[in-house]
Design a protein around this ligand. Structure first.
Ligand SMILES: [Zn+2]
Length: 138
């Protein structure tokens, strides 16, 4: 199922308790369970999870998802943070089905991050002390 369909199913259920046509009992139960994790706000779905946490807007459009990832990583003010900070930054405000994976992919495929990664720099070689000669200077 694509993300827009998943969004629409939950949106329609929350708006008017309607199920997709032909939905079976198990599908209806799953939809009700999923819908508990969302609230409707300003005409859009927001993910709040089981603990009713900070609402995160569900972004289902691929283009908008890419814009958010770029704004939170590649833009001049974004700072090219690593996977953990990137996930915190994006997932604290937005929700989509693969948000965590997309954050990681953005960092892994960022040219600037790859060039500056510690993984690709040669490790420092071991240092050896220089022997001091016992010559007396006159
Ligand atoms: Zn980067």
């Amino acid at each position: 199922m694509d993300e827009k369909n998943a969004y629409d199913e939950i949106f329609n259920y929350i708006c008017d308790d309607s199920y997709p046509s032909g939905a079976e009992k198990d599908q209806k139960r799953n939809l009700r369970k999923k819908a508990e994790k969302f609230v409707l706000k300003d005409g859009a779905l927001f993910y709040v999870g089981k603990s009713n946490s900070q609402p995160r807007r569900w972004v289902y459009g691929v283009e908008e998802q890419k814009q958010i990832l770029t704004a939170c990583h590649t833009d001049k003010l974004a700072g090219h943070f690593g996977c953990d900070k990137m996930r915190d930054k994006v997932a604290s405000r937005y929700y989509w089905l693969r948000v965590t994976e997309d954050c990681d992919e953005t960092v892994k495929h960022c040219d600037i991050c790859q060039r500056n990664s510690k993984k690709f720099h040669k490790p420092s070689s071991q240092l050896h002390p220089i022997k001091v000669k016992d010559i007396v200077w006159h």
